[in-house]
Design a protein around this ligand. Structure first.
Ligand SMILES: [Zn+2]
Length: 196
């Protein structure tokens, strides 16, 4: 779904003040809460701005690729990203591992971590994030195949009352990882704790 994002930080701050004062009966003279509207407005503006399809942040990062002569696997393992559940606006913590087999093109290792951060630090469903990461690798690096595994801890689940606190896992692959089951096994072995 193509989203239209238009952020008015002052409006969020003003309405947050109203929620605290009128909705929750908390005085803005209370030193614990008097900076809350400003902080919430900044936080929401930062996170929601990454939903904007016109944002050039990811493009300018992923355009920075270079030719490479390497046929092996490139893996970034267990990158932690603090995301936001779009249903409750409560944090989700994602533990993300990615791998790809380059096809004469790669990018800086830190760019890969930054890419996961740009895609993950917004209100996004875990399933969609998994899809976006594989699509991003495929689009910009055109590898022989790519894979992404995410273990997500969704704090909205225990906070909203359920006892199910176990992480949820999503996995998506493309190219050789899809067509050669051995490749996926190699990847999962390499990201497992025993490989440390
Ligand atoms: Zn939720």
């Amino acid at each position: 779904m193509e989203r239209k994002v238009s952020i008015d930080r002052d409006f969020i701050e003003e309405k947050m003040k109203e929620i605290l004062e009128k909705g929750l009966g908390l005085s803005q003279d209370d030193p614990t809460f008097n900076k809350t509207p400003k902080r919430v407005a900044k936080f929401l503006s930062d996170y929601f701005s990454r939903l904007d399809p016109k944002s050039s942040e990811l493009k300018s990062l992923m355009e920075r690729h270079f030719p490479i002569n390497y046929d092996g696997m490139i893996i970034k393992r267990k990158i932690k990203v603090y995301s936001l559940c779009p249903h409750h606006l409560i944090p989700s913590v994602y533990d993300i591992s990615i791998g790809f087999i380059p096809n004469e093109r790669s990018t800086g290792f830190s760019n890969l971590s930054k890419m996961m951060e740009i895609l993950g630090k917004k209100p996004v469903l875990q399933e969609e994030l998994t899809q976006e990461i594989v699509e991003c690798l495929d689009k910009w690096l055109e590898p022989k195949g790519s894979i992404c595994i995410i273990h997500g801890t969704h704090l909205c689940i225990p906070i909203c009352g359920s006892k199910d606190e176990k992480p949820t896992t999503t996995k998506l692959s493309s190219g050789v990882f899809l067509h050669e089951p051995d490749m996926e096994t190699k990847f999962t072995n390499m990201i497992s704790d025993e490989s440390e």
